[in-house]
Design a protein. Structure first.
Lengths: 445, 563
């Protein structure tokens, strides 16, 4: 990323979309919409002072919604470019309310609430499409109860939980436990508020609330409206304290997730969704299980799959090492259902095809290895560029011209072409660069 | 502390807050007050963000107005920000190598978030050490070397041919060396290529025609590269051809030596007649199958995923499925059973071919390597691990799916080019994730099954990709190297023992015979400044620019000073 940001031959147009493509190989005219950030790119230094002071918090897309960020933001800390962007769906000022704090704190004078989209025309010789993929939404599979059972997460959400810079700083706190902790935080906030109110009333009447409440309950002050309010407030306070104590008691027993289940082929190799194999998910699960075990040595993981496809350099060895040293058990079988169990523990029901038995097992957390889905908007994008898609909406190529689309001069690489892992994507990116260079830099020799 | 007396040392120290990343956890005022007290420091400034435009301008202003001749920035990691600060120094007229960076974010504020006092004390230590080193820094000039616009491609299979034609299309000269009589490599032995069932011979002919017709490509068949000298941009290769040894100057080298199919001697009754390999199956299919064949059993993972060869060879399942389909096409009522451990039909096209084969009636039987199948005279016995019972499958033909293994001469090639191989004999790329087609040695690239078994789509993609990687130094015409490299600082001390030469991972050292006897010579352009040689040299003859013994000792001394 940094290489791209720093390279003098690369003009990086982030937060922009291609709207129109004319011309042909060697001479394309491309119309690009540079979406307004409400922040002047030339001025913003990426210092982050605005994001620190912004009062509006929204779910953090980078952390898969597991954390929060401010309405003015950069996608993640190391993001390139570091230019911040105002999210118009949440910004108070843009929603017509009074705010503008970011404008006040910005030393670079970069905030511009009146910014407009810019349209740019580019002349290029060749085009490379590298728009990637989307994670399959597993809530389409009713029997896996994603979003119904809190401790069933996707592999990419789990990736954020495992990350030291993620919402849990790498600790495998279960989503159900995090929800309780969020609830506690909410109650604590209310409690403080309620304490402040009570304090004022106590001062006013120079009496402790508890004492007053005893008297009130014995029938005193029945006609005193103000004291009645005090009594109501105090009753509410007691309820909050009680709930808070209960929740805190509950939270005391929380530990990190130690029994993990990984379910392979969620949305892949499935005729209801994508019949293809997404290729990288087996290794992704093994990697996540190994990292979880590195983080907490008591972790045990079970990977449920039809075939474990560990096919690249060192992969099979990695898979075996995971089994021998990282407490991974591989079960050959497809999971038929995930049920809610006691203590928010998901229960996995599956057939162990080698034991020829239907079994069920309880876990602390279940991770769904979701399919590599063609990215949203790919159909529209294909129309703009004129390239053909295959039956699943990946960009069509042929095995003998692996990065050539159906339009000369337009090339593709990475998961926009088909599912593939990092080394394959990197190698393919170089192939696409080669094909593009053959057109863009015709030899003058 | 050693003093540099050549000139008046004037060090400027810039301490970055990194917003609240550093300032939120360390006592910044204490740091700047402390830096002020250190030797040779004439200017100290704190910045909200040293890397922002404002921060950079402050550094430049400091250099000019305070007449600084050394700059220390205490901030984040040099991995991301050293190039920026160096170029800023240069813009202000200061040699960029008179700059030193101290990482008080990753190493102090981030890891000691909850220990402000200790974190600040550690930052003071690091700043003191950085300043001690900065006082001894010497200006350096970057090294530039021209790149010859000719590529040597070793191996004339589909990977090498694809890379050669790509480079030629870009206008570069290519020398393609093939050890066999004909180009084509493995394609010579294949029938049809999955999943499109393209005829391998047709593809090969087409590629060979393209190569032969291209004026930029010189082909040497029945030839071998026997010696390679030099470094990126300026290699010299000896090629043993049918008409004698040719010495050729080249700028870059592409390794495309491929792999070979493992021959399963002694396994499953392999006899090359009734029990054959998938490669032999290709030939049978090419010639047309004997229609008497009614029952075919294929066995996967023969000679792979075992103790001796632990890796999965990636493409054997695809080949088996493809050949099963082709057998069905020739003999529709043949019964074909594939005995497998995991069907490795990754991706879109493979899985599709897998489904097609099932629709055509190919049977799949899961076996457990602990109870591997037994070949008998007219049948194969297998324990079907999903049904939980033994089966006897009649077999007119048994086809063994054996892995691609590294070529026999991989170790020779490895030594020739000074590039590493992995534990399975495949060439080891520069970085398994991020540099799949580069070697750690500059100017040498790899593609195809020499790296790891790959199917036709993958090999072609890699051939194009490696051509792209190799074209970069040629299109620039020169390489610029950071001067932080090894230098023979004390020539008299060098005894020419060659220990450093043996240990250098980049082939950047060689022994030369000089008037003073055997002496090591550093090939500047090839050196990456890793320091292995300097650390090894027991005569202290070699040193690393900007990391000299003197500079490092000054840092250590500074660390040991009590404050």
């Amino acid at each position: 990323m940094l290489d791209v940001g720093r390279h003098s031959n690369i003009a990086l147009l982030a937060y922009s979309e291609v709207e129109k493509v004319d011309g042909q190989a060697g001479n394309f005219k491309v119309t690009v919409r540079r979406k307004r950030r409400y922040v002047d790119e030339d001025k913003c230094t990426g210092c982050g002072a605005c994001a620190e002071k912004c009062p509006t918090m929204v779910p953090d897309a980078f952390n898969e919604g597991l954390g929060s960020r401010s309405a003015i933001y950069s996608y993640f800390a190391q993001g390139i470019p570091s230019t911040h962007t105002i999210d118009p769906d949440f910004c108070r000022q843009l929603k017509g309310k009074k705010c503008g704090i970011c404008e006040k704190v910005c030393q670079a004078d970069a905030i511009n609430f009146d910014q407009e989209d810019k349209i740019m025309e580019l002349s290029v010789g060749a085009i490379i499409i590298a728009v990637g993929y989307d994670v399959f939404d597993p809530s389409q599979i009713p029997e896996y109860r994603y979003r119904e059972i809190q401790n069933v997460v996707t592999a990419i959400e789990f990736e954020r939980l495992l990350s030291a810079s993620g919402p849990t700083e790498g600790h495998l706190d279960r989503p159900s436990d995090r929800a309780v902790e969020a609830e506690i935080a909410g109650f604590e906030k209310n409690l403080k508020k309620s304490e402040r109110t009570l304090e004022k009333l106590e001062k006013k009447y120079d009496e402790a609330s508890a004492q007053f409440y005893d008297k009130y309950q014995q029938g005193q002050y029945q006609d005193d409206e103000d004291r009645k309010k005090w009594a109501d407030r105090y009753a509410a306070y007691l309820t909050i304290t009680k709930s808070l104590d209960d929740l805190k008691n509950k939270a005391e027993s929380f530990t990190v997730a130690k029994r993990l289940a990984f379910i392979q082929c969620v949305g892949s190799r499935d005729f209801r969704f994508y019949p293809f194999c997404s290729g990288y998910c087996c290794m992704h699960s093994i990697k996540e299980a190994i990292i979880a075990h590195e983080h907490e040595p008591e972790t045990t993981s079970t990977i449920f799959g039809m075939d474990i496809r560990a096919v690249s350099k060192g992969f099979e060895e990695y898979k075996i090492r995971g089994g021998n040293h990282s407490n991974i058990t591989y079960v050959r079988g497809r999971v038929s259902e995930i049920m809610g169990g006691p203590g928010n523990n998901p229960v996995v029901i599956y057939e162990d095809t080698q034991k020829r038995q239907v079994e069920s097992q309880e876990f602390d957390m279940v991770i769904l290895a979701t399919a590599c889905a063609p990215t949203k908007g790919i159909v529209e994008l294909a129309k703009i560029f004129g390239v053909e898609l295959d039956e699943y909406n990946f960009i069509r190529t042929s095995p003998l011209s692996p990065v050539d689309t159906t339009i000369p001069g337009i090339f593709v690489c990475g998961c926009a072409e088909s599912p593939m892992d990092v080394p394959e994507s990197v190698a393919q990116a170089s192939s696409a660069a080669e094909r593009a260079a053959e057109i863009a830099f015709q030899p003058n020799l | 502390m050693p003093e540099n007396n050549d000139q008046d040392i004037r060090i400027g120290v810039f301490i970055c807050h990194c917003g609240s990343n550093i300032a939120g956890y360390l006592d910044m005022e204490a740091l700047s007050d402390y830096a002020q007290t250190l030797p040779n420091v004439t200017f100290v400034q704190r910045n909200l963000y040293s890397c922002s435009e404002g921060g950079i301008n402050e550094i430049k202003k400091g250099i000019k107005e305070q007449n600084l001749n050394r700059v220390v920035v205490a901030s984040c990691t040099p991995r991301t920000h050293e190039p920026l600060f160096r170029s800023s120094c240069e813009e202000a007229g200061l040699n960029p190598y008179l700059f030193e960076m101290v990482n008080i974010r990753d190493q102090c504020s981030w890891v000691h978030m909850r220990e402000q006092e200790d974190g600040t004390a550690k930052a003071k230590d690091l700043i003191r050490m950085g300043i001690a080193k900065a006082a001894l820094l010497e200006p350096q000039e970057s090294i530039m070397s021209e790149v010859c616009a000719r590529a040597l491609v070793i191996g004339g299979g589909i990977a090498g041919m694809t890379a050669s034609t790509a480079l030629a299309r870009r206008g570069y000269e290519v020398v393609l060396v093939e050890k066999e009589e004909n180009l084509g490599g493995m394609l010579n032995h294949l029938n049809k290529l999955g999943p499109t069932m393209t005829d391998a011979g047709d593809l090969m002919e087409e590629k060979i025609q393209e190569i032969v017709q291209h004026a930029k490509i010189t082909v040497f068949t029945q030839s071998r590269v026997t010696a390679v000298q030099g470094f990126i941009g300026k290699f010299e290769a000896d090629i043993e051809t049918q008409s004698g040894v040719k010495k050729i100057d080249i700028g870059v080298i592409l390794m495309a030596t491929g792999g070979r199919a493992f021959v399963p001697e002694g396994l499953y009754g392999y006899d090359g007649q009734r029990v054959i390999t998938q490669l032999e199956m290709e030939q049978l299919l090419k010639n047309g199958l004997n229609s008497d064949i009614k029952n075919v059993v294929m066995i996967q993972c023969v000679g792979s995923r075992n103790q001796e060869r632990p890796y999965c060879s990636r493409i054997c399942c695809q080949i088996a499925v493809k050949n099963a389909i082709l057998i069905k096409d020739q003999i529709p009522d043949a019964t074909i059973s594939i005995l497998y451990r995991d069907m490795q039909m990754y991706g879109v096209e493979n899985e599709e071919m897998f489904r097609d084969s099932k629709a055509k009636g190919v049977r799949y039987i899961h076996y457990d390597p602990a109870r591997s199948p037994q070949t008998e005279s007219d049948q194969v016995r297998v324990y079907h691990s999903l049904l939980g019972r033994e089966m006897a499958l009649p077999a007119d033909l048994v086809v063994l799916s054996t892995p691609i293994v590294a070529p026999e001469d991989a170790d020779v090639t490895s030594q020739l080019l000074r590039v590493p191989v992995d534990e399975n004999g495949f060439f080891l790329e520069g970085h398994v994730k991020l540099k799949p087609l580069d070697f750690a040695t500059d100017g040498v690239f790899l593609c195809g099954s020499a790296r790891f078994p790959a199917n036709i789509r993958e090999v072609i993609a890699q051939g194009l990709g490696a051509a792209s990687r190799a074209s970069i130094p040629m299109s620039k015409g020169s390489v610029v190297v950071e001067p932080i490299i090894s230098v023979l600082a004390d020539e008299d001390a060098c005894r020419g023992c060659g220990l450093c030469v043996a240990l250098c991972p980049y082939g950047a050292l060689e022994i030369r015979h000089t008037e003073k006897g055997r002496k090591v010579h550093v090939i500047d352009v090839a050196c990456k400044g890793c320091g292995v040689c300097a650390a090894t040299c027991y005569q202290h003859a070699l040193t690393i620019n900007s990391y000299t013994d003197q500079q490092l000792e000054a840092q250590i001394d500074a660390f040991l000073i009590e404050d």
